[in-house]
Ligand binder design. Structure first.
Ligand code: FEO
Length: 404
């Protein structure tokens, strides 16, 4: 890739992954993604993060262009050890033999367990608050533990008012543009919310503490560079990104419900539609999401700002259908807050589905606001009415909660 100068002598040297669709093996990335790395040219040329191993040639090419064929890379800063940013550390170290490699205390532990050949690497652990000089510039390190891995840290250069924030404030977004102000804002916001909902959400309490800590440090930032997607340029844009993260972390629900279900002979599906009618009757915006047609990360994106989760499955082998179990397991791990809900489903002879679904909802932390509805084999008018009433009851619970 061609390096892009984003400030004087500071270059984006990352890679664009246009074909990424399965992000880290569990989340969709429908627009592709980028692996951002940044080079600062100073007395000590310093590289902040690297790229996924598949893109090593592109990073080497960008570095050769920015540094010159025989240029020297003096320092390497590893803000995050996940392999999409540190998967080619060994190649970069073999090629450039940097004098020092900086990482957080937890970063060193991760680095040693990823790279068993790192005994002789010149690693220097930098605690939070430490700073180094790279010439005309200073780099300050701020540990952001569990945002979203134990090793994450932010690197800040006060002379340039620029912060490299690793995964925080990023988006899965492949494009020729490099800055957030160059693309459609609504689409970008949705991509950032998608990334947050599927990757950062469980660490929302840490996000709030980190945002408060950053505010307390009074850092003067006019460029915020995440490791994925586009760069926030200008103080207004930086404030926008910080505010979005605060909003995301607070998890205030909208007047919206998600009905997730699977079905065998369409009985549970018909129940979902009757429940939807009840919710709509209370003025709630509803997403009906069949797990056969919606990936669990797409469900999570919709659930992220919803006030209710209503889940349905027929009874299958004394349990629930496996794709419903998949989405519920995924949702549970992401620990969404502030949801109400209920369960529903059809059965042939034993009918355990709604009990199991209710237990899942309770484990996720969903407040059950109406008894489950179940039907043997095929719904009739009575069942449709019961489903409609379930939808209305959940809708009323949403309205009461949002107006409280
Ligand atoms: Fe983009 Fe946590 O890696």
């Amino acid at each position: 890739m061609k390096p892009v100068e984003i400030k004087k002598d500071i270059f984006w040297v990352g890679a664009v992954d246009w074909n990424s669709r399965d992000f880290h093996g569990y989340s969709l990335s429908p627009r592709g993604t980028t692996y951002n790395a940044f080079l600062v040219k100073d007395e000590k040329n310093t590289l902040f993060d690297t790229v996924k191993a598949d893109f090593t040639p592109e990073l080497l090419c960008a570095l050769a262009q920015a540094l010159g064929e025989n240029g020297t890379l003096h320092y390497l800063v590893v803000n995050h050890l996940e392999p999409d940013h540190a998967g080619c550390l060994d190649c970069i170290i073999d090629r450039y033999h940097p004098e020092k490699i900086f990482c957080s205390p937890m970063g060193e532990k991760a680095l040693r367990s990823y790279y068993h050949n790192s005994q002789d690497w010149p690693i220097e652990v930098v605690p939070s608050g430490a700073s180094i000089s790279i010439g005309k510039r200073t780099v300050q390190f701020i540990e952001t533990r569990m945002l979203h891995w134990p090793d994450n840290m932010v690197s800040y250069i006060p002379e340039d008012k620029i912060a490299f924030s690793s995964d925080a404030f990023g988006q899965n977004w492949a494009s020729t543009e490099r800055f957030c102000d160059e693309v459609d804002r609504a689409a970008l916001h949705s991509a950032m919310a998608d990334y947050y909902a599927n990757i950062v959400l469980p660490y929302s309490p840490v996000v709030l503490k980190t945002l408060d800590a950053l505010a307390g440090m009074n850092l003067d930032i006019d460029m915020l560079c995440p490791d994925h997607g586009l760069i926030w340029r200008g103080k207004d844009e930086v404030a926008y990104a910080l505010n979005c993260y605060r909003e995301f972390a607070l998890q205030k629900p909208r007047k919206k419900a998600v009905i997730v279900y699977d079905t065998m002979w369409h009985s549970t599906e018909k129940m979902a539609r009757a429940i939807c009618d009840g919710l709509a009757d209370e003025g709630i915006s509803v997403r009906i999401m069949s797990v056969k047609h919606n990936h669990h990360s797409a469900v999570m994106r919709e659930l992220f700002d919803a006030a209710a989760l209503i889940v349905g499955s027929p009874t299958h082998n004394n349990g629930i259908l496996p794709l419903v179990a998949d989405v519920l397991t995924y949702i549970k791990g992401l620990r969404p807050q502030n949801k109400v809900g209920a369960a529903f489903g059809s059965f042939g002879w034993s009918g355990e589905c709604v009990k199991i679904l209710t237990e899942h909802l309770e484990t996720i932390g969903v407040e059950i606001v109406h008894p489950a509805v179940k039907v043997k084999n095929k719904p009739g008018h009575d069942t449709y009415q019961a489903c409609f009433e379930l939808g209305k009851a959940v809708g009323q619970a949403i309205n009461a909660k949002l107006s409280a």
